[in-house]
Design a binder for this molecule. Structure first.
Ligand code: ADP
Ligand code: MG
Length: 679
């Protein structure tokens, strides 16, 4: 068979299975083989009945007796085997709902049993183990690949189909140049696929994965090079850079070195021919908003509009207020568009946008709805990009004549990774914080300390400052009683202060009017202490906020906690953050320690990765980043970098094998497969 052959050619795939497979993007034999196992079962660890095992082990034992199946509670059928292992220890082996299996066993013969050895009342047992007659066990110790189900087709069925295909024999074309494979010591494509689908041992798997990592990395890099080569032309000319002085002078602070450097990089983009495509990375509180405002300022005085997209309504509203304050002295009008605006308000905003009266338009996804037409869109700014899919960003860019784009992110992605994740973007980093910022003093307590924390908060509030308590849930959940919720915590806290301080509650299920009212009240100091869910994660900018607590802190990711902590310490007063959790496991303690000791977003992200393990760094999957299948974009940074150089060689090479490799970029049989991660 060939990789391009339809799956129908695999024995055992009838019309029904074919339909399911096709519906899930598996149309060819190649698509099928691109579904790699997600893990493997390894039966090589050995054990005996003398000791309960840690995890599953293989026990070699001779059968003493095969029991007869009987009915037990709930109509389940059960039979047991008595066996003695090589050391002379005895154990019972149970099988449920499979009476026909009794025929597979003969007293006096030796078998391997793979399962967990448990102990009850001094007796050792194993339930429902995998097994094999010792004399017929050639394959028993091979690794068993585990596949994700595809639609209604189970992982086990998929394994069967893949096995059949490989038994038939599949011609697997080599796609990478020989010199590249030699240089990185990689096996050929066919060996790699066999090693992944039918490995003898762990080395096979490692060899196969390694090749796939390089293949994926090369493909990504070649893709990047070709998309960069195209560039984006634009007729939008933004200038008047000398006017920036007036803007700077109007600010209540002077810009940091980091901010000045980034604005300089933006200006040189705008001076060049093509459209700007820049990612600005800066830790929480590094002052990204003013950079956006400077861009909007230049865009407006050059006669164009800026669309500024925020991830939540609350944040959009706050940005609109901040930008209005910064830009209204220059008669630059800012309009807000949210999904929940009243019709009249909305119509007014839309007509100001179409007429060009509104020069800066702030909103959420609502900004790229069909009914918004811009007068002349020149700049698109997205804030906290990790919450938008790449696709959404693209849609907004479509709205105008290749507008310049600026993406702001607090996610501290290493440079090599940023290049891959944001492929088409240039990177700027704000590497200094505004002067005089004191690190937020951070402590870890259990809930027992709440009275102490609340009285500490009272001290701050008595001095005219404000407090914040963040909870993972909106309301109490019966399934997860230990996880605190905003509604009941706000009631408890209110009862604790007995009316001495005003307590407010804010969460995502409230109407947007209600949310706005509460945020405004908190801003103005009518509310002293706000209990909220993580809707405020990137949302609130109140300089009098000096103390916060995070309830059930173990429920949040470290980078998320760092973001949350960024809500305090925005003024001059020393700020405090209490992380509260009753889960005193080593894991939770280790994670909380990171935040107590570390204040740099990049270091926290690295620690988060180390403690959480691969696969969910920054929550790649949730945030619409491209998916990776063999490559771990974090630990394999070096591979990404190495192959970046190779990709340039291949791109410029006239050699046949390099040209074929380039063609493979668009011709790969891995294309079109919704990839399953092997990490
Ligand atoms: P982030 O990068 O997290 O979006 P913001 O833009 O919200 O940060 O800025 C955080 C706070 O720091 C705001 O209150 C802002 O007014 C203030 N700020 C920004 N730049 C400076 C600066 N150069 N000097 C002093 N304060 C600044
Ligand atoms: Mg911000």
């Amino acid at each position: 068979m060939k990789v391009k052959d339809p799956i129908r050619q695999i024995p055992g795939i009838g019309p029904k299975r074919e339909e399911t497979l096709r519906a899930n993007g598996i149309e060819t034999v190649g698509d099928m083989l691109a579904r790699f196992p997600v893990s493997y079962i390894d039966r090589s660890p050995r054990g005996g009945f003398a000791e309960p095992s840690e995890g599953k082990v293989t026990v070699r034992a001779v059968l003493d007796k095969v029991g007869t199946p009987r009915r037990v509670r709930g109509g389940t059928s059960l039979f047991s085997l008595s066996a003695t292992d090589d050391e002379g220890s005895r154990g019972q082996i149970y099988f449920f709902n499979s009476p026909w299996l009794t025929k597979a066993f003969k007293p006096g013969r030796a078998y391997y049993f793979f399962g967990e050895v448990r102990e009850k009342n001094g007796r050792r047992s194993m339930s429902q183990p995998a097994f094999s007659d010792v004399e017929k066990a050639e394959d028993f110790f091979d690794l068993t690949p585990i596949y994700r189900p595809v639609g209604t087709i189970s992982g086990v069925s998929l394994a069967g189909m893949i096995k059949k295909a490989l038994e038939r024999g599949v011609d697997i074309p080599e796609t990478m140049p020989m010199w590249f494979r030699k240089q990185h010591n990689l096996c050929d494509a066919e060996t790699a696929l066999l090693a992944l689908h039918a490995p003898k041992n762990g080395e096979d798997v490692a060899m196969g994965k390694r090749r796939m990592k390089y293949e994926e990395s090369l493909k990504i890099n070649l893709g990047l090079l070709s998309s960069r080569a195209e560039g984006r032309h634009t007729h939008i000319r933004i200038g008047h850079f000398s006017e920036l002085k007036r803007f700077e002078e109007s600010l209540p602070f002077s810009l940091t070195d980091g901010q000045i450097k980034v604005i300089g990089e933006i200006i040189s983009d705008l001076k060049s021919e093509g459209a700007m495509n820049r990612l600005v990375q800066g830790d929480v509180g590094s002052g990204k908003t003013v950079i956006a405002a400077a861009c909007a300022f230049l865009t407006a005085i050059s006669g164009y509009q800026t669309a500024y997209m925020a991830p939540t309504e609350i944040l959009a509203e706050q940005h609109a207020a901040t930008l209005t304050a910064m830009l209204s002295p220059f008669d630059i009008r800012v309009a807000l568009v949210t999904g929940k605006m009243r019709a009249a308000e909305r119509d007014a905003a839309l007509s100001a946008i179409v007429s060009g009266e509104a020069r800066v338009i702030v909103g959420t996804h609502a900004l790229f709805q069909k009914n918004i037409s811009y007068y002349h869109l020149g700049m698109v700014i997205t804030d906290e990009q990790h919450r938008f899919g790449v696709g959404q960003r693209g849609m907004l860019a479509l709205k105008g004549d290749a507008p310049h784009t600026l993406v702001m992110s607090a996610t501290p992605i290493p440079r090599t990774l940023a290049l891959v994740l944001y492929g088409d973007l240039d990177l700027s980093v704000i590497d200094t914080m505004p002067a005089g910022r004191k690190p937020v003093k951070t402590y870890f307590y259990t809930e027992k300390a709440m009275p102490k924390i609340l009285s500490f908060m009272a001290r701050e509030m008595a001095a005219g400052y404000r407090g914040l308590i963040v909870c993972p849930f909106v309301e109490a959940s019966e399934e997860m009683e230990d996880v605190r919720d905003a509604v009941s915590v706000s009631q408890e806290v209110d009862a604790y202060y007995k009316g001495l301080y005003t307590v407010g509650c804010l969460h995502g299920r409230m109407k947007s009017d209600e949310k706005n009212r509460i945020i405004a009240a908190f801003h103005d100091g009518e509310i002293d202490l706000l209990v909220a869910t993580s809707v405020i994660e990137v949302g609130i900018d109140v300089s009098e906020l000096s103390v916060m607590a995070v309830m059930s802190a173990e429920r949040f990711g470290l980078s998320q906690l760092h973001q949350l902590r960024g809500r305090v310490g925005r003024g001059d007063r020393q700020a405090y953050c209490f992380l509260v959790s009753n889960q005193l496991t080593d894991r939770v303690i280790d994670r909380m320690k990171v935040l107590v000791n570390e204040h740099d977003g990049r270091a926290i992200a690295e620690a988060d990765y180390r403690l959480r393990g691969p696969g969910d760094y920054f929550g790649f999957r949730q945030h619409g980043f491209p998916e990776f299948y063999a490559l771990d974009p974090y630990t394999d940074r070096d591979i990404l970098e190495e192959t970046g150089k190779d990709a340039q060689v291949i791109m410029a090479s006239p050699k046949k094998e390099d040209m074929l490799c380039r063609a493979y970029l668009t011709e790969s049989f891995f294309d079109g497969v919704s990839r399953v991660s092997m990490n």
